[in-house]
Structure formats: structure tokens, C-alpha cells
Design a protein around this ligand. Structure first.
Ligand SMILES: Cc1cc2nc3c(=O)[nH]c(=O)nc-3n(C[C@H](O)[C@H](O)[C@H](O)COP(=O)(O)OP(=O)(O)OC[C@H]3O[C@@H](n4cnc5c(N)ncnc54)[C@H](O)[C@@H]3O)c2cc1C
Length: 316
């Protein structure tokens, strides 16, 4: 089938996100093969349309008016274990690969259990939890360079990982699409890996809201930076034992600012975890943005600290 026939129009995107918010894509294509990927970019160039990438939709806020251009949904979700390596399509689900590696007695992805995103989305944002993140396991990534119209190999070093950052997240890297990732894992004991998965799942069950969300809205705050702006708060965080890996949980500061439960329209700061904003039923992207602005302004005024969004915006 030609790419023209595969591309759909006016497709609602809200159901494809964990926030359940956002308008339609003007054009929409689910991509499983390299041929379709190349075809999509060629088609978009010919028609003068921008390409936007959507994967698990679990770290994204989509404009209420939708996305004007071609939204490609990354659906190459296959994953294969080869010795201590796992070859994952960018669209592979983090939950599936965490379970798959456990069943093969491979350790290194336990943190990913319960995270409703894909490998590609995780590499772009260097997703992680419980002191580990995907950068520790990435060996290489095969990346489509839309400017050069070719696939390129990125080593772990080329990916330039930092806390919740990678080269793919930079403003000038919109032409890079992560297509496949090779993860290097470690041999472990199945029972121990399984028991860690269960522990993390139980922890998530207890600490995270059930209502639709996009996970943590803000990045955690660097304690060294905070010391410069508000040494008292930094000391308080140290004394409260909430500094982990040199970062203070943004949720701790938001809760301290008295914002748990703060509601604007259908958007609410979660009562379970203050760094989550939940959609109580009819939240719009505008509600979420107003609540985000309010939180940032309150935290700035009260603590002289600047919160930075972890969630990504599409269609704005
Ligand atoms: C309940 C819940 C819990 C969560 N817990 C955690 C957690 O513990 N730790 C954590 O780090 N995150 C967490 N998240 C956030 C989210 O799941 C992760 O950030 C995830 O890695 C995002 O992947 P995704 O496939 O959903 O990306 P999407 O939300 O679809 O996209 C995110 C961004 O990445 C871009 N993108 C996606 N795929 C590609 C690709 N192949 N190539 C280039 N760009 C791409 C998109 O254009 C977009 O800008 C949580 C989310 C929820 C809802």
C-alpha cells in the first residue's frame, strides 16, 4: 500500500496519551518499518508538513487544538534477547522489556517496571527510577537522521546522556528519530530480579495516582544549584533526608509550598504524589498549563527556586 493511502487524517490523539488530553493530528501514521519511516518523511517534505513523533504518549502534553502536521506513532515494538544484550525496536514497551529481561535472568532494567513508555521515549529523556536510568544500559542506538535521510549509529557516548537529558532532546535535534536500541544487561538471579520487580511495582502502586497523568511533571532540583539560591531550603532538604543522587524531589518542594490538591479546571496536583498533575476527568491542556505556571510561580516566589518541566509539549 502506498504511504499516501496509509496516512490518516484528523485522528484524535488524546486516547494515545496517558494524560487523555489533546486534540487531533491533522495527519497521522503508525510506523512499524523503515520503509514507512522513510516514506513518511518524504511525504511530509513534499507536502510541506512538519513531522512530530509520538510513542507511548506517557510524557507528553498535546495542545487542545491538536497537532498541525504529520504525527508519526512509533510502533516497532519488537525486542529480542541475544546473550546479555537486548535488541529493542524504539516502540518496545518498557514494561515488556523489564519483564522479558527478568525472565532471561538479565538485570539492569528493573527500574523500568511500571513505566508506561517506550524504549525510544526513554532514551530521548534518559528515563529512570530508583537511582538507575536507561543510559546505564544503552550500548548503541540506531537513529534516523531526517536531514540526511539515512540511519546512523550512535554510541552511548554519542547520546550525551545527562539527568533526564540526551542529545535527542536538544532543540536542534528534531531531525533525529531513535529507531532501534541495543541494551547491554548483566547476568543475575531470576528470583532476585523478580523480587525487585515486585518491590518496585508495589512501591508504584502505593505512591502514584490512579487518575490519568504524564508521570512527574517537573525535573528534580539539583542540590548544588539550590544551595546558591536558597541555602536554608537546601539544608532543610538534607536534614529531611530527601536528597538522592544530588537531587531534591520536585514533589517535596511542591508539597512544602502547600500545593497538593491545588486544582485549576480539571487539572489537579495529585494528593498521592505532588510532582504528578492528574486529569480528574475533563482537564484540558490549557488547565494543565495554567496549573504548571501557577506551581512554578509559587515555588519561585516562596523558595527562589526554578522548576523545569520534565513533560514534553506537542503542538504548541
Ligand atoms: C504513571 C507514570 C509513571 C511514570 N514514571 C516514570 C519514571 O519512574 N521515570 C521516568 O523517567 N519517567 C516516568 N514516566 C514518564 C514516561 O513514561 C517516560 O518518560 C517515558 O520514557 C516516555 O516514553 P514515551 O514512549 O511515552 O514517550 P512519549 O511521551 O510518546 O514522547 C516523549 C517525547 O519523546 C519524543 N520521542 C518519543 N519516541 C521517540 C523516538 N523514538 N525518537 C525520538 N523522539 C522520540 C516525543 O516526540 C516526545 O517529545 C511516567 C509516566 C507515567 C504516566
Amino acid at each position: 500500500m502506498s504511504i499516501e493511502l496509509k496516512i490518516k487524517q484528523n485522528i484524535p490523539l488524546a486516547p494515545l496519551t496517558t494524560f487523555k488530553i489533546g486534540g487531533p493530528a491533522k495527519f497521522f501514521l503508525e510506523i512499524e518499518s523503515k520503509e514507512d519511516l522513510l516514506g513518511a518523511y518524504e511525504w511530509a517534505k513534499e507536502k510541506g508538513e512538519q513531522v512530530a513523533i509520538l510513542a507511548g504518549g506517557s510524557n507528553i502534553l498535546i495542545n487542545d487544538n491538536g497537532v498541525d502536521g504529520l504525527v508519526v506513532k512509533i510502533n516497532n515494538g519488537n525486542a529480542v534477547v541475544k546473550g546479555e544484550r537486548m535488541e529493542c525496536g524504539a516502540g518496545a514497551s518498557l514494561i515488556s522489556i523489564a519483564r522479558m529481561s527478568a525472565s532471561h535472568g538479565l538485570s539492569g532494567l528493573e527500574w523500568a517496571i511500571g513505566i508506561p513508555g517506550t524504549v525510544g521515549g526513554a532514551v530521548r529523556g534518559n528515563a529512570g527510577a530508583y537511582g538507575s536510568s536507561i543510559n546505564e544500559s544503552v550500548e548503541t542506538a540506531e537513529v534516523f537522521n531526517a536531514k540526511k535521510k539515512k540511519f546512523e549509529q550512535f554510541s552511548q557516548k554519542d547520546c550525551k546522556f545527562k539527568y533526564k537529558e540526551s542529545i535527542f532532546k536538544k532543540d536542534d535535534a528534531r531531525h533525529l528519530l531513535i529507531w532501534q536500541v541495543i541494551l547491554r544487561l548483566r547476568k543475575g538471579k531470576i528470583e532476585e530480579i523478580q523480587s525487585l520487580l515486585n518491590k518496585y511495582l508495589m512501591y508504584r502502586e502505593k505512591s502514584q495516582p490512579k487518575l490519568p497523568s504524564a508521570g512527574c511533571v517537573f525535573k528534580n532540583i539539583d542540590i548544588a544549584n539550590l544551595c546558591e539560591y536558597n541555602a536554608n531550603l537546601a539544608n532543610e532538604a538534607n536534614e529531611a533526608g530527601v536528597v538522592k543522587g544530588g537531587k531534591i524531589g520536585a514533589g517535596w518542594i511542591i508539597e512544602k509550598a502547600g500545593l497538593k490538591g491545588k486544582t485549576i479546571g480539571g487539572a489537579k496536583v495529585s494528593l498521592e504524589h505532588a510532582n504528578f498533575i492528574v486529569n480528574t476527568g475533563k482537564a484540558t491542556a490549557e488547565d494543565i498549563i495554567m496549573l504548571i505556571s501557577f506551581i512554578k510561580q509559587q515555588v519561585r516566589t516562596k523558595y527562589n527556586a526554578q522548576l523545569q518541566e520534565e513533560i514534553q509539549y506537542l503542538g504548541f
